[in-house]
Every structure is written in C-alpha cells, then in structure tokens.
Design a protein around this ligand. Structure first.
Ligand code: ARG
Length: 467
C-alpha cells in the first residue's frame, strides 16, 4: 500500500479512504488539463486577498512566487500528480504548501473547490473558444481562396441527391462558408455569455470575508461576476452550450465530409483527394480510402455524445454543487480536442483537393437540369408558369423516350409543344446560359458569386483579428 498523504479535508474523518474509493473518486487523471487555469485562478485570488488585507502582502508574495514556480514545472511537465490528493486543486495546493510552507495554507481563504473548479473550466473553455473561432476564420479564408478561382466552374446542384440545376462550384463552397459563419457567430455569442466569474461564491453561500470579486474578474478578464452563489457553483450551462455549438459545427463538417467522400468515389469522380490524406487497403491493392473526411464524419458521434452526456448529467441535480459535476470534464476536453483536430484536418485538406471540372460539368447536363430554365423562358414569352411547367414536363417526357437531352431536341419538335419557342431557346438551355440567368440576390450566377466572395472577404476583415 502506498504511503498515505494527508488530505486537506481529513480533520473530521476517523478512517482512511478505501483505496478503491480513492481511485474511483479522483479526477486528477483528467483534470490535470486544468492545471494552468487553476494556477491563474489562484494567482488572482491571492492578489485580491492581499489587497483587501485578508492576508498580508508578504504572505501573498510568497504564495505567488510558489504558484509561479509550480506553473513553470507544470509547463516543463516536471511535476507528478497524486491520486490521493484527488484533484488538480488539492494537488496544486499541497505542492504549494510543500514549497512555501505554512503560509501556503492561507490561499484557500474565502474560496472553495466548488467555485474554483467552475472558474477553471470557464477559463479553459474561453481559451478554447478563442482557438476555435480563430480556426473557423482560417477555414473561411481557405474556402474563399479556393472559391475565388471557381466562380465559372459548372457543377451539378442536387436536390434529393439527384441533379437538379447547374450551379457554380464556388456557390457550393460559399454555402459551406455560410455554415461556418454561423458557427463563428454562435461561438462569439457564447463567449459573451460564459465570460462570468464564479469565484467568490465559495462552497455555495458566499463568504464572510470582505473579498473583492470585481478585482478578481478584472485580473482574469471576466466581463462580470456571477449574481447568485448557489447557481454559480452548480451551473454547467456554459459547458453544455459549448458542446451544443460544437455539435452544430460537427454537423456542418460532417455534411461537408460526406460530400467529399461521395465526390471522390469512382461513381461521381468530381474530385481527387491528395494521396497524403488517404490510406490504402491491406487486402485490395487498388483502394485509396478517404479516411480523413470519414473520420471527421465519424467523430461527430462523440461530440453529439458529449452534449447528451452533459445534458443528462445535469438534468436531475438539485442545487447546489454535487460530485456528479466532476463528470463534466472528460466530455468537454474530448469535445475541445476533437473539434480542434477536425478543423485542422479541413484547413489542411481543402487547398489540396483537385477538381475534375469536365466530370462536374458533364454531370450537370444530366437529369434535364435546365428544364426550369425552359419553363421560365416560356413564362417570359407570355405563358403562365403552371402551364409552362406542364408543357416542359411533356417535353422532358419526349426527351426521355427519345433518349436525348433537351439541348438535342430540334426546333421543329420544340415548336410542336409550343409555338412560343424560337431558336433563342438553345442559349437558355446551355449550362452557362442557365448559370448566368440566376442573378437574384443569393443566386448562383458567376457575377453574383464574385460579389458574394467580395462581401465575404469584407466580413472577415470587419470581424478583425480578435473578434
Ligand atoms: N474535482 C471536483 C470537480 O471536478 C472539484 C470540486 C470538488 N468539490 C467538492 N465539494 N467535492 O468537480
């Protein structure tokens, strides 16, 4: 049996903790991720305790010195953690007392691990949120650079996974851009809501010391302090909301991944993924598998799982803090790592994709994709839309039976369906003609897409580097 370390809360206990229980209840294996945030939180607390005269200035000085030396060792990965000390908070406090002596025991004045852990996790998630929005903005730039050269590239637009109307490939990419844009908005809104300081709520009821919570908030960059101590120590909305934003983001990346996977199959053959992003099969020598997008699609499951994990974790908890809350960390950390990696994968992959433009435009001719253009043509010549829809339906039927495209139908045949059709029809039946005509705001005409790329670039500039 390992030598027992004295626990900070040991006073009222007559027995030592069962070894299994020690293992079972400890969080240090995973909450060591919060080590640097915990130090930041303690540094701010110590500074405030001294400026309020709750501890002496020189006591604060040695506490701060001790904390900084621990921080250095953590960064050098030169500190070992003890399961007997349960979690990151008690491990660091114990280490502090080892390094600075009795005065280290004063750090925990006026606080509890309950407000401490919530503060640490908020600091952690705020940093991660900034990294994620930065990554999302990078991904947007990568998309813009790609889309810029593809405004005139004809691509089959799908509905029901059937070729519907020709679109510009850049239009398709800009659809992805808009999804990511909403993700950025969501993370930015979230950041404002979560940037609240719980420290000072102590265990649940606040504290009798004359602490200055605003000072701690300002040192740690929180916009305001929490208003209700019971809510503050038990609230995990900020963790749930993070996972909710992450789930929406993963849903977007997964839709996107799915398209890349389909398009790179021999059946579609619209794109090739770089060899350096694919893997082979151990049995089928010809295979080149799109592992990266497949993994992004697959990892969506664990992020949704984390969201449901946290929602379920919280659903039946009475106020205020319960040990259940310790279970919030692993799903949050896992989500943070997962979305960071998935973003990185896409940022690296997208510029490396090569396009098979001939195949794209050939596919866009399938499925009578300019039939709507023909219906609109008849409307412009005076026919009511419902009638033109019916007429074109019959023309399509004829084309199916004659096994030809709309473009291949003779003018005489067209005119047997409607006298309104002249030889100018062939222009509107062409893919380029169809694309150019879709000039409504938000539509696919290359002119529009050029404008929308310009506007999107401006949006990136307006957001600024620190938005
Ligand atoms: N390790 C704990 C957690 O992650 C810290 C808070 C402990 N508080 C308590 N009352 N046991 O939630």
């Amino acid at each position: 049996m390992s030598k027992q370390i004295k626990k900070p809360w040991q006073g009222r206990f007559t027995e030592t903790t069962n070894e299994f229980v020690e293992e079972f209840t400890a969080s240090i294996k995973f909450d060591q991720t919060l080590a640097i945030c915990d130090i930041r939180c303690s540094l701010a607390h110590a500074e405030m305790l001294a400026s309020e005269g709750i501890i002496l200035k020189k006591e604060a000085k040695s506490i701060i010195k001790g904390l900084k030396s621990i921080e250095k060792d953590i960064k050098r990965e030169d500190l070992s953690w003890s399961i007997q000390l349960e979690d990151i908070h008690m491990n660091i406090e114990n280490e502090l007392i080892k390094r600075v002596g009795e005065v280290g025991k004063k750090l925990h004045t006026g606080r509890s691990r309950n407000d401490q852990v919530s503060t640490d996790l908020r600091l952690y998630l705020r940093d991660i949120t900034d990294q994620i929005t930065h990554g999302l903005e990078n991904l947007q730039s990568v998309l813009l650079q790609f889309a810029e050269n593809e405004t005139g590239t004809i691509f089959p637009g799908f509905t029901h996974l059937q070729v519907a109307q020709p679109v510009s490939f850049a239009h398709h990419m800009m659809a992805w851009f808009e999804m990511i844009d909403r993700d950025i908005d969501r993370f930015n809104d979230y950041r404002k809501r979560m940037n609240v300081l719980p420290l000072g709520s102590a265990a649940l009821a606040g504290t009798s010391y004359t602490i200055n919570r605003d000072q701690v908030a300002s040192i740690l960059g929180f916009e305001r302090v929490s208003k209700n101590s019971m809510d503050a120590v038990s609230d995990r909305d900020f963790a749930i909301e993070f996972c909710s934003n992450a789930s929406l983001l993963m849903m977007h990346l997964s839709r996107w991944a799915e398209e890349l996977i389909l398009w790179s199959t021999p059946q579609y053959d619209f794109i090739s993924l770089p060899d350096s992003f694919c893997t082979g099969s151990s049995i089928m020598p010809q295979k080149k598998n799109p592992d990266v997008p497949e993994l992004v699609r697959g990892k969506t499951g664990r992020v949704y799982g984390a969201l449901f994990n946290l929602l379920t974790l919280m659903k039946a908890q009475p106020l205020a803090y319960n040990k259940d809350n310790q279970e919030d960390k692993e799903p949050v950390f896992d989500t943070a790592i997962t979305i960071k990696n998935c973003l990185k994968a896409f940022i690296l992959l997208i510029p490396e994709i090569s396009l098979n433009r001939d195949k794209m435009s050939m596919a866009a001719t399938q499925g009578f994709s300019t039939a709507t253009d023909l219906a609109d043509y008849l409307v412009k010549k005076g026919m009511a839309f419902r009638d033109s829809h019916e007429t074109v339906g019959r023309i399509v039927q004829h084309a199916i039976q004659s096994n030809c495209t709309l473009f291949e139908i003779d003018l005489g045949v067209f005119q047997s369906f409607s006298k309104l059709i002249n030889d100018d029809v062939y222009e509107i039946l062409s893919l380029e003609g169809s694309l150019n005509s879709r000039n409504s705001y938000g539509g696919t005409s290359p002119n529009n897409i050029e404008l929308s790329i310009k506007e999107a670039k401006q949006r990136l500039v307006d957001r600024g580097p620190d938005a």
